[in-house]
Ligand binder design. Structure first.
Ligand code: NI
Length: 225
C-alpha cells in the first residue's frame, strides 16, 4: 500500500524544522548504506546522533502517535528513530531496496523494516525534480508532497529519488516494524478498518458494525506477530 497522509506536521512545525535543519551539520549520505545503495546514492544526511536529528525525531514520533490514519495503516510495533536527508546540486538516490533488518541506534535490538516513510519538509515549489518514485505491481508512482505530509510504502518495494536539479529538498525518512509483516494483509486490515469507521459514522454502533469490528480485531489477532 502506498498511502499519502497529509499534515502530519503543522505549518509552524515545518518552519521550525526548516530553521533547525538549515543550521545543522550535514554529512555524506553514503555513511548509512551497504554497497548496493552506496553506488547509487548521492545526498547529505544528518548523523543519527546529531542533536537536531534526535530532537526533531521525537517531534515526528509524537505527531505519528496522535495520527489515527497512520496507526491504522502501519500497525506499528517498533520504530526506527527518524533520519533526515538533504538533496541539492543534482543529488539523487537511484533504484534500491532498503535493507530488511536494521540495528536500532544505541540498542542491541534490531528492527525488521516492513513500512518505509518519507516525510516531506520542503515545499514542492522550492526545488526542481526530487520526486520519490516507488515501483510496485501497478507500475511506477512519482510522489512529491507538500511540506509536513508523509508517504507510507512497503519497505519491500524498489524506490528511488530523482535528481534535485534546483533548490533544496529536505525530508525525514524512517522505518517501522509492523505488527503485521505482510503488506497485503496490512492493506486489507486498513481497508476494513476504514470502511467500518465510515459505517459507524453513518449508522452508529449497530449490531452489524459491532460484529465487523469484532471481525477486524480477530483478524488482527490472527496475523499480529
Ligand atoms: Ni530507500
Amino acid at each position: 500500500m502506498l498511502l499519502h497522509i497529509p499534515e502530519v506536521l503543522s505549518a509552524d512545525q515545518v518552519q521550525q524544522f526548516q530553521n533547525t535543519l538549515n543550521a545543522a551539520n550535514w554529512v555524506d549520505g553514503r555513511a548509512s548504506v551497504g554497497r548496493q545503495g552506496g553506488r547509487v546514492k548521492q545526498n547529505l544526511q544528518l548523523p543519527d546522533t546529531a542533536p537536531e536529528a534526535v530532537a526533531l525525531g521525537k517531534v515526528i514520533l509524537l505527531a505519528l502517535q496522535n495520527n489515527p490514519v497512520f496507526f491504522a495503516a502501519a500497525l506499528p510495533a517498533r520504530f526506527m528513530s527518524p533520519m533526515f536527508n538533504k538533496y541539492q546540486n543534482g543529488g539523487h538516490y537511484g533504484f534500491h531496496v532498503d535493507g530488511a533488518v536494521r540495528l536500532i541506534a544505541g540498542q542491541s535490538q534490531s528492527l525488521r523494516t516492513d513500512v518505509s516513510c518519507t516525510l516531506f519538509l520542503s515545499e514542492p515549489e522550492d526545488y526542481e525534480g526530487g520526486e520519490l518514485v516507488v515501483s510496485d505491481t501497478y507500475g511506477e508512482h512519482a510522489v512529491k508532497l507538500p511540506a509536513g505530509d508523509l508517504i507510507l510504502y512497503p519497505s519491500s518495494s524498489l524506490h528511488k529519488v530523482e535528481p534535485v536539479t534546483g533548490g533544496t529538498r529536505l525530508a525525514s525518512f524512517f522505518w517501522i516494524q509492523s505488527m503485521v509483516a505482510d503488506d497485503a494483509r496490512r492493506t486489507m486490515l486498513y481497508e476494513l478498518d476504514k470502511n467500518i469507521s465510515q459505517l459507524r459514522d453513518r449508522l452508529g454502533d449497530t449490531p452489524e458494525v459491532i460484529g465487523l469490528t469484532g471481525h477486524y480485531h480477530n483478524l488482527l489477532r490472527q496475523w499480529a506477530l
